[in-house]
Ligand binder design. Structure first.
Ligand code: CDP
Ligand code: MG
Length: 718
């Protein structure tokens, strides 16, 4: 919620100034977990040595040093990236020392599980080693990533290491963006892409090797691929499957694939002091900002990595840090470079976090849990961990997904802390108490497959001919309720028939790389005669963050944004933005003038043309509704009638089926317009301070009854 966040920001500035006056030392808030923590982590305590580097950390004198993983301690390496060539950097990675040994095991086995600390070189090196060993002669070497950002940034890095242009020998593919060519031999991609490829080519014949990277993340698509690839390997004796994992769970992976061998890359990590907050932290943004500045003022060298659950918190943290930093500028010995990273951030800004800051400048990277294992930023000596992350969770009781903030698991917390000890010894500040760590955090996080909506997976598996999903070989089967609920959702959308078999509608829905309701919207649009408009709306929904709202110019940007508002629909507002952009010759200047991300719009255009291609292949007609705008709303209703809310009191909505309160988001076109329709449908429910409906469209009550007869009927009022 941007409005609330912005206000929080200035509140923080005031609070901070007050506190500064009181000269309250924040250091007192920290206590050291002592040997108890060592026990929890199963970590040996090292000899307490005075480290001259840490002279100014006197308040932490009692600090015990722990090494999270007792690898061999190596020479100081914090600035090796400065002086060494890419080739030298490659040879310095822990995986390099065991290259031949690893390749031997891979030669002798079709499936190998490779375990190694984050930063040991699994993602960037393994694929290159396989190529050097000749596997690329027989097909591509594919490497899957659960996260798009990782797929892109790693491919870029590897292309540099190999001295080729990105998109040629080394490429990447993520949804709606394929940067590969005929020449490509190393292909980095999201796990979702490989899953879709297996639809077209079930034996994945174009690959000689597949590396399933970041398996410990247990993303939904990786888990499904596990089940599919297990069978592919039995059919294709020439395929090498390598499963890599940061730590943990190795036994489980080996067992799942039929007791296959595993190989652990010897680690190289440094001691990390783990400090817990003494008191329960109420505002983790505030606490994190204070901590970052504290570290900065203390003057010890090293970059800071601060975790935050999501984009909004990252933005507020970065803004607040910058404001504080500027107000304290005169005191600062070192300049501070504040760099955000989250998946929706434009890729040129993402790349910044990997650039080495010039001498004398400290980097402070503020990241989602993307920086936990998927991305390695060198030179981090301090980690700030609020202990929260954002998760999409399927609530089978109300039958919908929602994105909410949850405490991380102990395993995540330890991964986060470990980020501080990669190139030198470091400190991890945990913004939660030891008690919270022990009693409020799960040991390990719940795999995505057990907590999210499975409609997409069910649709994919059905089209692959998996009849009985309850019998599919999952490493951790999803709760039966989730499967049944997802099947129910597909049934109401007309993708499955009464026997649970795929319908022809379902079959064409699979063709679109979209969530089932959006695929459904595309199909209905062709029938209703508004596919030209829906094509744009769906494309706009597939590229988040169209608008931006720079600090200091909030009102100006809000005013511009309001000009696009179509009072009865956020979807139509998006359509309006696109059409005006088109009228203005797809101009980037026009975007800048209207506080719209030009890059995002170019992406929308690309997505649109890709979706149009699929629609053409499906022989779907692309027709415009002309001035018949009601048809467009009705079409949206046909795909989202299961997400309907009705007006209850002034500006208050409740879910029609469950009665659960849900609110218009302040950024909605319908918000505060004095126009409050009796019924709305929404794209997504987002939980922040309350349940917000995101992307809302006003609909007629009769449409709900007509399009969603399994839920609604019209009652005659007396
Ligand atoms: O996969 P794993 O965590 O084992 O390591 P990796 O991602 O292969 O990273 C190995 C090293 O490559 C890191 O320590 C970074 O120094 C470097 N790297 C980079 O500079 N830029 C990237 N985009 C990715 C990796
Ligand atoms: Mg990796």
């Amino acid at each position: 919620d941007m409005a609330v966040c912005a206000r929080n920001g200035s509140l923080l500035v005031r609070k901070y100034r007050e506190q500064k006056e009181r000269k309250k030392s924040q250091r007192k808030d920290w206590e050291l977990a002592g040997s108890k923590l060592g026990n929890i982590l199963g970590i040996k305590k090292e000899n307490d040595k005075e480290n001259p580097d840490e002279g100014d950390e006197s308040d932490f004198k009692s600090s015990q040093r722990f090494s999270q993983h007792m690898g061999k301690k190596n020479e100081a390496t914090s600035d090796f990236a400065k002086s060494k060539t890419l080739e030298q950097q490659r040879q310095f990675l822990p995986i390099y020392a065991v290259k031949e040994e690893l390749l031997n095991i891979i030669r002798d086995n079709n499936i190998v599980v490779v375990i190694g600390e984050t930063g040991s070189g699994k993602t960037t090196q393994l694929a290159q080693y396989l190529h050097e060993d000749g596997y690329s002669k027989y097909g591509m070497i594919g490497c899957t990533q659960p996260r798009r950002v990782a797929a892109m940034s790693v491919a870029k890095r590897v292309s540099e290491e190999m001295g080729v242009s990105l998109g040629e020998e080394v490429g990447y593919a993520i949804r709606f963006e394929d940067v590969t060519s005929e020449k490509t031999i190393l292909k980095y991609m999201t796990d979702g892409i490989l899953l879709r490829e297996s639809l077209r080519e079930s034996d994945l014949d174009t690959y000689s090797c597949i590396i399933m990277d970041e398996a410990h993340e247990r993303s939904l698509n990786t888990d499904v691929l596990f089940g599919l690839l297990r069978d592919v390997v039995t059919r294709r004796r020439d395929l090498k499957l390598i499963v890599t994992s940061a730590t943990m769970d190795a036994e489980k992976f080996c067992h799942f694939f039929g007791n296959v061998p595993n190989y652990t890359i010897p680690g190289r990590t440094f001691a990390v002091d783990i400090l817990f907050s003494k008191n329960v932290v109420e505002d983790y943004v505030e606490a994190a900002v204070k901590q970052a500045l504290q570290i900065h003022v203390q003057g010890r060298k090293g970059d800071i990595l601060c975790f935050m659950p999501g984009q909004e918190d990252i933005e507020v943290t970065c803004d607040t840090l910058t404001v504080f930093y500027l107000s304290l500028f005169w005191k600062m010995l070192l300049p501070l470079a504040v760099l955000p990273i989250y998946s929706q951030l434009p890729s040129d800004l993402q790349a910044k976090i990997f650039q080495k800051a010039p001498d004398g400048i400290r980097k402070c990277v503020v990241a989602t849990n993307i920086a936990e294992t998927s991305l390695t930023v060198d030179g981090i000596a301090f980690v700030i961990d609020p202990g929260f992350c954002k998760l999409k969770v399927f609530n089978s009781r109300i039958g919908m997904d929602s994105l909410s903030v949850f405490p991380v698991s102990q395993a995540n917390a330890n991964q986060r802390s470990g980020r501080a000890g990669r190139t030198e010894s470091g400190v991890a500040y945990r913004l939660y108490t030891l008690n919270q760590y022990k009693h409020e955090m799960l040991l390990a996080s719940v795999p995505e497959i057990q907590r999210t909506n499975l409609a997409n997976v069910v649709l994919l598996l059905k089209s692959l001919g998996v009849q009985d999903l309850l019998k599919f070989h999952f490493m951790d089967p999803p709760p039966q309720d989730n499967i049944l609920n997802s099947m129910y959702q597909l049934w109401i959308l007309g993708a499955l028939d009464n026997t649970g078999a795929l319908t022809s509608c379902g079959r064409s829905m699979v063709e679109f790389p979209l969530d089932p309701p959006l695929s459904k919207m595309m199909i209905v649009a062709a029938e209703m005669g508004c596919s030209a408009e829906i094509l744009i709306i769906v494309s706009m929904l597939s590229v988040p963050a169209i608008f931006y709202r720079p600090t200091g110019r909030e009102e100006e940007s809000d005013t511009k944004r309001e000009k696009f508002s179509v009072p009865e629909s956020d979807h139509m507002t998006l359509l309006n933005v696109y059409q005006q952009w088109k009228t203005n010759g797809y101009s980037a200047t026009w975007c800048n003038d209207h506080f719209i991300h030009a890059k995002a719009m170019r992406k929308v255009r690309e997505v649109r043309s890709q979706l149009k291609e699929i629609a053409d292949q499906q022989k779907m007609k692309i027709v415009s509704a002309g001035n018949e705008w009601d048809v467009i709303r009705k079409c949206i209703c046909a795909a989202y009638f299961h997400h309907a809310a009705r007006l209850k009191g002034i500006g208050e909505y409740v879910n029609v089926r469950t009665g659960m309160p849900c609110h218009l988001h302040p950024t909605s076109s319908l918000f505060g317009m004095g126009f409050t329709p009796d019924y709305v449908v929404y794209h997504e429910l987002v939980m922040t301070s309350k349940e917000y409906m995101q992307n809302v469209t006003a609909v007629e009550g009769e449409w709900l009854a007509e399009l969603g007869p399994m839920f609604y009927s019209v009652k005659e009022s007396a």
